[in-house]
Design a protein around this ligand. Sequence first.
Ligand SMILES: NC(=O)C1=CN([C@@H]2O[C@H](COP(=O)(O)OP(=O)(O)OC[C@H]3O[C@@H](n4cnc5c(N)ncnc54)[C@H](OP(=O)(O)O)[C@@H]3O)[C@@H](O)[C@H]2O)C=CC1
Ligand SMILES: CC(C)CCC[C@@H](C)[C@H]1CC=C2C3=C(CC[C@@]21C)[C@@]1(C)CC[C@H](O)C(C)(C)[C@@H]1CC3
Length: 621
Amino acid sequence: MGDCWVLLKMPAVRYQSGEMVMGRWPGSSLYYEVKVLGFDAESSLYTVIYKDGTELELKEPDIKPASGFQTRPRSRSRSPGRRRSRSRSPARTTRRTSSRTAAAIITDAAVPSHRDTRLKDSLEVRLSPLKQTKAAVNNGNNKHAKKEENNTASNKGEATAEAGPDKGQCRYNLRRRKDDADAKPAAAKPEQLVEEDAKPAAAPGAPTTTPLDFGGKIGAFFWLLFLPSWVFFLVLQVNQEDPSLTNSPPLLPPPGAFWDAQAFGLVVLWIVFQAVLYTLPVGKLSEGMPLRSGERLKYRTNGFFAISVSALAIAAAAHQGVDITYIHSHFLQLTAAAFLVSVLLSVYLYVRSQYAASEQLALGGSSGNLLYDFFKGHELNPRIREFDLKFFCEMRPGLIGWCLINFAMALAEMKQQGLDAPSYSMLLVNLFQLLYVVDGLWNEEAILTTMDLMHDGFGFMLAFGDLVWVPFTYTLQAYYLVRHPVPLSPPAAAAIIALKLVGFYIFRKSNSEKNAFRRNPSDPKLSHLQSIPTATGKSLLVSGWWGVVRHPNYLGDLLMALAWSLPCGFSHLLPWYYMIYFVILLVHRDARDMSECRRKYGSVWDEYCRTVPYRIIPGVY
Ligand SMILES: NC(=O)C1=CN([C@@H]2O[C@H](COP(=O)(O)OP(=O)(O)OC[C@H]3O[C@@H](n4cnc5c(N)ncnc54)[C@H](OP(=O)(O)O)[C@@H]3O)[C@@H](O)[C@H]2O)C=CC1
Ligand SMILES: CC(C)CCC[C@@H](C)[C@H]1CC=C2C3=C(CC[C@@]21C)[C@@]1(C)CC[C@H](O)C(C)(C)[C@@H]1CC3
């Protein structure tokens, strides 16, 4: 009886996997040839793939049998309806690239009753590749951009023209099927593919393979060992008389030298203090980007408040006679304590991710391999009630701790070298990095549109990165200067300041441009910007800073990184470590983002890459 009831409730599957049908283009009345990839009984949605590689989920009313359509040779009709339809089709955004796309004009030859209700529809669709014209690129303030609201692709212009019975009722589910699991079957190397069904929590209907980042399982094992060892190596090295990276590493101190209960207590106290500031009902509650479920999480963006209160607290402590240079003299023990906290946190994150619902998991984080999942992180937004662990760790203890440590190094320099004030080099490093952190906290909302927050799971990599890597390696320049004074001439200082300001300007402008565009594409302040639409409903900026290179924010960040290393001179490689690491990190991040965007946006991404050929440095890379 129960089984019969289930059967009765099961929706009938009208189209089978592999079948070629006509799928409506979201938000329009246009139909394209699509291949059915599957059917999800729970949501009653068909997964289809368009010829430009875009995968979408469509409801049954938005699919028609291919036999109901009639193909005829391409005509050069210039009817307004035709022009309108072409301007908002996948063809529009994929024209130059889709050599795979069939050259056919498809006319809806559906039964008359359908025709009647769709009289105003534009029924002819060109699926053939066309040359990219200026018209394919939208002005940020045009109709397309206006209609774009985060993740919806409802097209106002076409909606008004639509006379279909489902107008205003039939809502498209624009969640891309590939979002359910990170599929890239063609490009992935066999040894880096993991059986998706090895993971019980995998989304139903998810593709069977997932390409793994960071060298896959073996890579994760390597990074888990290498990253902490490298941090301890640097921390031990910077304390040397001659901290040359080419020098043989100092002898490993006895295990007991790493542990200091007080240092551990201070690290925990600092994190708790930051957590309290984070939870105070002060400052704005900002909305994150829509999740796959459509939900938008709220974040307390009071970072500037947190750093201001922290600065006051530290000043008060110093005034009360607390020796802040303790941070310099116990750097190794503080690093070890933060490392221990990051490991404990990662274990907690891994365990809770095993119980998380599939829609709460990040893409590509679930390989079924313990080490990989532990390293890469599995849950996208782990939260304890309203407390967002990833956001908090990325923006608070490590970032504000970075400034505190730099400040301690300035005091240690004065103490060790008998100075009344920090050296110019130390001042520059401190002020430059303080500006970077304060800017990040002032524009805290902008982090909600970055890769880490939107796509990456929270696991060891980010927990360790946020709590150990940032505060204990980004401060190495200041640490280095404590024992290695570098005199700076005024012209050299002026040139370095100019470099920092140029980098900062590019970094801030480009990040704000993208953040503002993602939050409100029809923002009048962005009306001068051009964008190209994508099937997800989001557009890609192709002018302004995002028209110069594909990652202008990385360019600005790299210029700033250069300005942070220059005050330390050229006698040692160690203070250049950040610059070297940062180039590697950003080149890898760019590559990761490129493949993710290629997967998300299909051939529109290729179009963007052709329009904006350079990745980070104009004319060079
Ligand atoms: N100091 C440090 O250690 C580090 C600093 N950073 C800095 O953090 C900042 C954020 O970096 P990160 O998260 O890596 O990358 P981005 O902020 O550049 O985010 C990349 C995302 O932006 C969107 N995007 C890409 N191209 C366009 C376009 N043309 N128009 C509109 N949106 C576009 C895409 O997401 P979608 O389309 O889905 O919205 C893409 O996935 C950067 O400034 C970086 O320099 C980063 C790492 C480390
Ligand atoms: C351990 C690994 C080798 C590397 C871990 C990477 C992390 C340290 C970085 C990943 C992205 C980051 C960002 C910032 C700090 C470093 C990490 C966490 C950021 C918060 C710095 C301040 C900026 O203004 C920002 C744009 C908010 C940054 C966002 C990305």
